[in-house]
Write a protein that binds this ligand. Structure first.
Ligand SMILES: [Zn+2]
Length: 151
């Protein structure tokens, strides 16, 4: 087949958007108690004591300083706190993942941000669909050839 599509999704920029707060080792979760003594990246930045129920600690552990800075730069801590305050606790993790992903992508690509990434992913889908179509066509040709060979 000469009309192959060379596409490797692994060549994309690593946006680190899958860095979820569940990977943290020093925190239990929103409202949970701390298991470490280190202040979260947000409290560290604001030079304040990180309370055991710090709402930002599950999402910005101490080692995620850059991730916090990205979110702070784009949204501001006050706005992030407002978002967390005005949504249901069950939605907070999704909202924070969205905020973090959005701000990380914006930091990587100050012009296109999320929009450019979405466009890239849509293009990948189109490429894979075209590739799948070619595979189906090839499969149909093979089936037709097999049918003609049968006695
Ligand atoms: Zn904190």
């Amino acid at each position: 087949m000469s009309n192959t599509i060379n596409h490797n999704p692994n060549t994309n920029t690593n946006t680190n958007i899958n860095d979820t707060p569940t990977n943290t080792s020093t925190r239990v979760g929103p409202g949970g108690s701390t298991t470490g003594s280190q202040a979260c990246a947000a409290c560290k930045y604001q030079r304040r004591k990180c309370a055991p129920n710090c709402p930002l600690a599950p999402y910005f552990p101490a080692h995620q300083h850059k991730q916090f800075l990205n979110a702070h730069k784009l949204f501001g801590v006050g706005n992030i706190m407002k978002v967390l305050k005005h949504i249901q606790p069950c939605d907070q993790e999704t909202a924070m993942k969205s905020i973090i992903a959005h701000s990380n992508l914006r930091a990587i690509n100050p012009v296109g941000g999320c929009y450019r990434r979405i466009c890239q992913l849509q293009k990948h889908i189109e490429q894979y669909e075209a590739k799948l179509e070619l595979v189906h066509q090839h499969l149909n040709m093979c089936r037709a050839a097999a049918r003609t060979r049968k006695p």
